[in-house]
Structure formats: C-alpha cells, structure tokens
Design a protein around this ligand. Structure first.
Ligand code: SF4
Ligand code: SF4
Length: 359
C-alpha cells in the first residue's frame, strides 16, 4: 500500500504541473446516482439527447468505460468565470480580456471562450497521466475521459472529495466554485481512495433556481434539460421550440445564469491555464458575426472548438433568435437572406425573427 501512496503523491504532483487544480480518487463501484439518472431519463428530461438513453446501461458502472477498472482519478481544471459573474476576480480578468460580453449583442457560455478547445487540451494532459500510470503499474491499463464517455462524473467527483452537487446540479468546490472542467482517468491500478465529500454548502440559498430565465429547475438538484437554454442552443438539432425563444434572451451558445449568481463563484482566485483564458469575447458574442459567417471560414476556424458541435447552421439559428430578442434592427437585411436558403429550420427561424423585429 505504501507503494501506491507514493504513486498517488507523484500523480498529484504531475496533475498539478499539468494544470489540474484538484485531484481525488474513488474506488470503482456502481455509479452513485445511477437511479436518479434513470428517473431523469424516464421523465423525458433529456429531450432529443438520444445518446444518453442509448447508453443508459453503460452509465451503471465504470467497467463499461474500462474493463476491470479498479480506481477512478477525478480531476478539476478551472476556466475563466463568465464576465457577468457577480464580483468574481476571475470574471474581472475575463472582462479585461478584449471586450466583455456586450449587452444587446449576445453572449456565450464561459467554458467556450477559451483559446483552445478544452477537450483537446485536457485529453493531451490526461494522456500524460495515463503514461505515468503505465510506467508505475506496467501490467495495467488506464484511460482518460472528458465528457464523452458514459460516466456520471459529478457523483464520482463527490465520492472522490472534489465537492458537492449544488442545487443547480453542478459540482461545487469551496475553492474553485463551479467554473471548472471535470475529467477522469480510469485505471486498473488499485489506488488508495481520498475521503469523500459528505457535506452540502448550499444551505438555504436558492439563487440559481430563481435566476434561471426559462424555469428549467423542476426542484432543487433536478433540471429539465428540455427547458434549459444550454440544451436548446448547443445540443438540440432542429428548430428551437417557439415557447423557449424569448427566454433565451441574448444567450448565443449555452447559458451560465445559474453559475453567475452562485455565491461560491464570487471569490475565485486560481491561476488559469493560458490556453483556457478567454479569447475574442467581442467577436464570438456578436450575433452579426455568426449571421455573416460562411461555411468555409467556420470549418477552418471552429473545427476544434465547442461551437463545432452546434454547427454553423445551429449557431445561425441561435443568432437569429438573439437578434430578435435584442432588437438588432441592423440584422434585418442579413436575416432576410436566410428566407430562401433551403434549410427549413433556418427559414422558419428567419421568418419568426423578422416578425419580431418588424412588428
Ligand atoms: S444553464 Fe441557464 S437555462 Fe439552463 S438551468 Fe442554468 S440558468 Fe437555467
Ligand atoms: S446558487 Fe446557491 S443554491 Fe444554487 S448552487 Fe450556488 S449555493 Fe447552491
């Protein structure tokens, strides 16, 4: 066991050099919140995200992600808070970087504002941890995952001691708030677990529940994705339900409203990975920028960014809604060009947007 404890110490040092602010370890076991996840799916809250339902069983145990998994190393890497976050030092930094999100134009979720796509960046860093594990435990396998594997990360992160799941359903950490990426390395090496986080520090606060522009919280800790702006503007393919459009306000891509109000995000003082510092807020938050972007430029510039998931058509659908909600009259002539574009979703959104702007 002493050998494994030395291994953990060396993994901790390595992860810190790689930009991870925190590391915790939990022994492989059934997913702690699998039943809640199934109930959430059964209530239809995952909407059109079929990939969740399709892999439902795989979320039950980490063995589905790595055979004979013995331990899960959970890692947290901070990113810049959204500029609207109330009194956050990291938000002020983000604000100082070029122009801050301009009210009346649009805004994007803070996680997408970094210079590089976090998947690529974190995968690179995780592979260094996997290499170190391979060296320390030669007859074992390890696998790094960020977002795409069927792993209920937040529950495992709580068991690994990284924090508690807040009423806004995000993992909260006393030092990092909630603006951080969670990732994991699953390994066949049997590592000593770190103490689980067993307290909740939301108390009587309900700021996130009250701040949600579209009433997505059914109750504390339960969010109906089919009422969430992030779901509609990032995950959903096709038209955005008309009843949701006004609530989207000026969110072009994602939404941070339930993070910007959280008191745990007010005093964030951690150094950021250079590559995750906000880049060109002014451009990516402008609906006119997206409406005038052509496919070739989008492909060249955004292939390795979170915007790729939504595709140019999705971003333009969102931009037309933001233009209508923020009364961007100068967008009218640009939006008219979508009327005969041949994409039924864009044509319908353009008609709706023009009605709002010209009524
Ligand atoms: S991300 Fe926005 S829309 Fe979704 S639950 Fe949070 S506040 Fe509501
Ligand atoms: S806003 Fe309040 S209730 Fe919501 S997650 Fe933060 S501390 Fe918890």
């Amino acid at each position: 066991m002493i050998v494994n404890e030395l291994a953990v110490r060396s993994l901790r040092e390595l992860s810190s050099r790689l930009g991870f602010a925190q590391l915790g370890i939990v022994g492989a076991r059934d997913s702690p919140n699998f039943d809640r996840f199934c109930e959430w799916l059964d209530r239809g809250y995952s909407g059109s995200m079929r990939y969740l339902e399709d892999r439902r069983e795989a979320y039950r145990h980490p063995d589905y992600v790595l055979e004979n998994c013995k331990s899960i190393i959970m890692l947290a890497m901070p990113y810049a808070a959204h500029p609207r976050t109330q009194s956050s030092k990291r938000a002020s930094l983000a604000q100082g970087n070029k122009a801050a999100a301009t009210v009346g134009s649009g805004t994007i979720a803070a996680y997408a504002a970094g210079r590089r796509d976090y998947h690529d960046l974190i995968h690179e860093r995780l592979s260094e941890i996997v290499t170190a594990l391979n060296r320390m435990f030669p007859n074992t396998r390890s696998r790094g995952v960020v977002d795409t594997a069927p792993l209920l990360e937040r529950g495992f992160a709580q068991l690994a001691g990284l924090g508690w799941i807040g009423k806004n359903t995000l993992l909260l950490n006393r030092e990092l708030g909630s603006y951080f990426f969670l990732s994991a390395v699953l390994t066949q090496a049997d590592l000593p677990a770190t103490p689980a986080w067993d307290s909740d520090h939301c108390g009587t606060c309900r700021a996130c529940l009250d701040a949600c522009p579209t009433d997505a919280f059914v109750e504390p800790h339960v969010m109906n994705a089919t009422r969430c702006i992030s779901y509609w503007t990032i995950e959903h393919r096709g038209a955005i339900e008309e009843s949701m459009r006004e609530g989207i306000g000026d969110w072009l891509f994602g939404c941070d409203a339930c993070q910007t109000v959280c008191p745990w995000n007010r005093k964030l003082e951690f150094d950021l990975e250079q590559d995750l510092e906000p880049d060109a807020w002014s451009e990516k938050v402008d609906c006119m920028f997206w409406l005038q972007l052509d496919e070739a430029t989008f492909r060249a510039r955004f292939r390795h960014t979170p915007f790729w998931r939504t595709r140019l058509a999705g971003m333009q659908r969102n931009a037309m809604i933001v233009a209508a909600n923020t009364r961007r009259n100068e967008a009218i002539s640009v939006i008219r060009r979508f009327l005969g574009c041949g994409d039924a979703v864009l044509e319908e959104t353009a008609r709706w947007s023009l009605e709002q702007l010209t009524e």
